[in-house]
Ligand binder design. Structure first.
Ligand code: PLP
Length: 274
């Protein structure tokens, strides 16, 4: 397995990042997860724009996108696989313990791991913790993911694959690694960005391709929704067949099935042509 580090390809096994990297010691970093299918990256330009937005939000220098593109292509070419999770990590760099970021500049790591296509349906739960819709990190894809790790562990304990958060005012927000859509009276809705959710790339594509409305929704919309689905880079559009104790249809409902169909059809055009 080859990864990209220090400006070139390296063997993953021998590759070293300092134990004093600010990303490791204080979670000072941003990342992207990109789907790589048959050697091509999906929606790469959108992911690189979000990487830059997240880096700026954290006060990191803009990533060198030429290098990031070269690194992504090199890692994909060096590790052939049918379906991969391409991960870009960009951190504050090496810095003595207890100090601010060092002078040496950011650390960039690009790695790929094999993954599988997610099932069409899954179970989700709500969690008692809230997303802060007005935090310093709100809307940024940072490596400070501890809150999501805890919530996902709760979901797994309850036999689900995703945990959904409300924000501090009780509005439906997002999952630990996905955005959420609900069908109410036959219409498709998703929480707006001011709910505190990440500007998911699959979310944005689903809004424009399937015509969803951005609506402030209370958490209990999940109890009334005719259909619920999740979106993310690796899930694409995935129907929810159980939310907490509430059982929904076993397969995707009509609105979800149509969103899936449109997504699959349109997404074919959004793979990086290389
Ligand atoms: N929300 C959070 C917190 C995420 O981490 C992710 C993706 O990892 C998403 C939503 C979905 O975003 P995308 O569709 O860009 O993968």
């Amino acid at each position: 397995m080859k990864i990209w580090l220090d400006g070139g390809l390296q063997d993953a096994e021998g590759a070293r990042v300092s134990v004093f990297d600010h990303g490791l010691t204080v979670g000072d970093g941003v990342f992207e997860t990109i789907k790589a299918e048959h050697g091509r990256a999906f929606a790469l330009t959108r992911h690189l724009e979000r990487l830059t937005t997240s880096a700026r939000g954290l006060g990191l220098p803009d990533p060198d996108l030429d290098e990031v593109r070269r690194g992504c292509a090199a890692v994909i070419d060096a590790n052939p696989m049918a379906l991969g999770r391409l991960r870009i990590t960009y951190t504050g760099g090496v810095s003595p313990l207890g100090s601010d970021r060092g002078e040496a500049g950011p650390t960039l790591v690009i790695a790929l791991s094999e993954t599988h296509r997610r099932p069409d349906t899954t179970a989700a739960v709500t969690v008692p913790w809230t997303r802060n819709e007005r935090g310093a990190l709100t809307g940024l894809k940072t490596t400070s993911y501890g809150e999501n790790v805890v919530a996902l562990a709760r979901a797994r304990e309850l036999g689900a694959s995703e945990a959904l958060f409300a924000n501090t005012v009780g509005a439906l927000c997002e999952g630990t690694g996905s955005n959420v859509f609900v069908v109410l009276d036959g219409e498709l809705h998703t929480p707006p960005l001011h709910s505190g959710c990440l500007a998911g790339i699959t979310r944005a594509l689903t809004i424009s391709w399937a015509g969803a409305k951005e609506t402030d929704l209370p958490l209990d919309a999940l109890e009334r929704a005719e259909e619920i689905f999740l979106t993310s880079t690796l899930r694409d559009v995935q129907a929810v067949n159980r939310i907490d104790r509430r059982q929904l249809a076993d397969g995707p409902g009509p609105v979800t099935a149509e969103a899936m169909r449109i997504f699959d059809e349109q997404a074919a055009a959004d793979f990086d042509p290389r």
